[in-house]
Ligand binder design. Structure first.
Ligand code: ZN
Length: 420
C-alpha cells in the first residue's frame, strides 16, 4: 500500500519537518492566526528543524479554534475545500473543520491503515454505527473501510433492534461505534438468540473506556475489542489505533505526538502521563500545530510485537476537562466505570452527578443492578462496590444501586456526567 511506502520514505528522513516548515511559511503568507502566534515569540519556519525545536512553538487550544468561527483557522481558499465537519460536545457554536480532496484521501488512508493493523480486509463487512453528519466518526470509518475494499454498512447510531437484525442478516464481522453504544447493543443481545452474529472485531472510540468494559464487550459480543483514537480538530478517527496485541495505540505517521504537563506545558518523559499534543504536518485545509487535545495519555516507545514500527500511545485515561475532584482527589469517569464493572451483579450503566456543596465539588453515583441479580444481594453488592470504588479512585464517593434498567442509556457520544 502507498501508506507503507510513505512510512519507509519518511523514516528518520526529516522530510516531515521540511513539509512542516513549508506549511508554516504558507500560514505566514496567508495571514493565518497561528502565524501571529509565532511572530509573538519571534519564531520563523527555519527555527523548526526537528522534534526538539517543536517544543518551543506555541500550542493551540479548542478555544483558539472556536474564536475563529467559522473560517478563521482555515488554511485554504473555500473553493479548495470539499468537506466540512465540526467538533462535538462543546456548548455554543462548534469549531468547523475543513478538508481538501487530498485531506479526505489522507484521512481515508489513515483509517484504512488503522483498521488494517488488525487485518480488516475485503472479506469483512463493516457495520458503521458511529453517527454520520458533522461528527467525524461515521464518515471516517466509512471511507477507511472503503479503501480496504470491505463491504460497508452505513447504518449510523440508534434503532438498536434494527441494527441487530441487519447485523445478523448481512453477517457483519466488524462493528465500529462509541463504547457506550457498543454496550447498548451488547445489552440488547443479552438473553436473545445470537445465531447469525458473526462479529469478530470492534473498533470503539470517541470516549475513554476501561479495560473492564473491554472485557465485558469482548465476552458479550464474541469479539476482540480495539481502541481507536482521533478527534475532529486533528482530522477525525484514525490518528491512532490498537493492533491485535492490544498494548497501546499505534500513532499515524501523519502526526507528531507529544505529551506535556497540562499545567506547565513542559514535555514529560516517555511513559509518563500528561496531555497529548498533536501536530499534523500533512493536512492542507485545517492543519493543527501543537494542538492541545485535553486527552490524558503517555507515549510508549518499546517495540510492539506486531512489528509495526510507529510510536504508540497509551489508551486515554480521561480528558483533563473531564477530571472531577472529590475531596481533593482527582477522579475520572473511567475509574468509576472500572469500579462498577468489578462488582458482579451490576451493569456498566451509571451516571455521575456533580454539584457544589458549600463551594466544593461534590460527586454522587447512581448505578444499577442487572436483571439477573436478586434484590436480596443488594447488601453484598453495596459492600463490594464501596470497596471497589475506594480501590479504583482512592475516594469514598457516595453511590446508590438502582433497579434494573432505571439508569438512562446513552446513544452515541453523550455524557455520563450530570452537572447540577
Ligand atoms: Zn502493534
Amino acid at each position: 500500500m502507498t501508506r507503507l511506502n510513505r512510512n519507509e520514505r519518511l523514516a528518520d528522513s526529516g522530510e516531515k519537518y521540511v513539509k512542516l516548515r513549508s506549511l508554516l511559511q504558507h500560514l505566514i503568507d496567508i495571514g493565518h492566526p497561528y502565524a501571529a502566534r509565532m511572530a509573538e515569540r519571534g519564531l520563523r519556519p527555519e527555527h523548526l528543524g526537528n522534534r526538539e525545536d517543536l517544543a518551543s512553538f506555541p500550542t493551540t487550544t479548542k478555544y483558539d479554534l472556536l474564536s475563529g468561527y467559522p473560517f478563521g483557522w482555515f488554511a485554504r481558499e473555500k473553493r479548495d475545500i470539499v468537506r466540512i465537519h465540526a467538533t462535538s460536545g462543546a456548548t455554543g457554536k462548534p469549531a468547523l473543520i475543513a478538508y481538501t480532496a487530498d485531506d479526505v484521501r489522507m484521512w481515508s488512508e489513515n483509517m484504512a491503515w488503522c483498521m488494517g493493523l488488525s487485518g480488516v480486509c475485503e472479506n469483512d463487512v463493516v457495520q458503521v454505527s458511529y453517527g454520520y453528519g458533522l461528527f467525524t466518526g461515521g464518515f471516517g470509518v466509512h471511507d477507511g473501510a472503503g479503501v480496504l475494499g470491505a463491504m460497508v454498512v452505513p447504518i449510523s447510531g440508534g434503532f438498536t433492534d434494527r441494527q441487530i437484525a441487519i447485523m445478523k442478516d448481512i453477517g457483519a464481522t466488524v462493528l465500529a461505534c462509541t463504547p457506550s453504544y457498543a454496550l447498548r447493543i451488547a445489552e440488547n443481545l443479552e438473553g436473545r438468540d445470537t445465531d447469525g452474529i458473526k462479529l469478530r472485531l470492534g473498533f470503539f472510540g470517541a470516549e475513554a473506556w476501561s479495560d473492564e468494559l473491554r472485557a465485558f464487550l469482548e465476552r458479550a459480543l464474541g469479539i476482540k475489542a480495539l481502541d481507536m483514537y482521533g478527534l475532529g480538530e486533528a482530522m477525525g478517527p484514525g490518528v491512532s489505533a490498537e493492533c491485535l496485541e492490544q498494548n497501546g495505540l499505534h500513532i499515524s505517521d501523519d502526526f507528531i505526538a507529544e505529551v506535556v504537563d497540562p499545567a506547565t506545558l513542559e514535555r514529560v518523559d516517555d511513559g509518563e502521563e500528561g496531555e497529548l499534543v498533536l501536530t499534523s504536518w500533512n493536512r492542507q485545509a485545517f492543519p493543527v500545530i501543537r494542538y492541545r487535545t485535553r486527552d490524558l495519555a503517555s507515549l510508549l516507545t518499546e517495540p510492539c510485537p506486531c512489528g509495526e514500527p510507529t510510536p504508540r500511545m497509551s489508551r486515554v485515561r480521561g480528558r483533563s476537562d473531564d477530571m472531577l475532584i472529590f475531596r481533593g482527589i482527582n477522579v475520572f469517569p473511567k475509574q468509576i466505570e472500572a469500579a462498577i464493572l468489578g462488582v458482579s451483579g451490576l451493569t456498566a450503566n451509571f451516571r455521575i452527578t456533580v454539584c457544589k456543596t458549600r463551594g466544593l465539588q461534590d460527586l454522587s453515583i447512581v448505578c444499577e443492578r442487572s436483571a439477573e441479580s436478586k434484590p436480596e444481594d443488594i447488601d453484598a453488592m453495596t459492600r463490594a462496590l464501596k470497596k471497589s470504588i475506594s480501590n479504583s479512585t482512592g475516594a469514598s464517593i457516595p453511590f446508590e444501586i438502582a433497579e434494573p434498567g432505571s439508569v438512562p442509556r446513552l446513544d452515541g457520544k453523550s455524557s455520563r456526567i450530570l452537572k447540577k
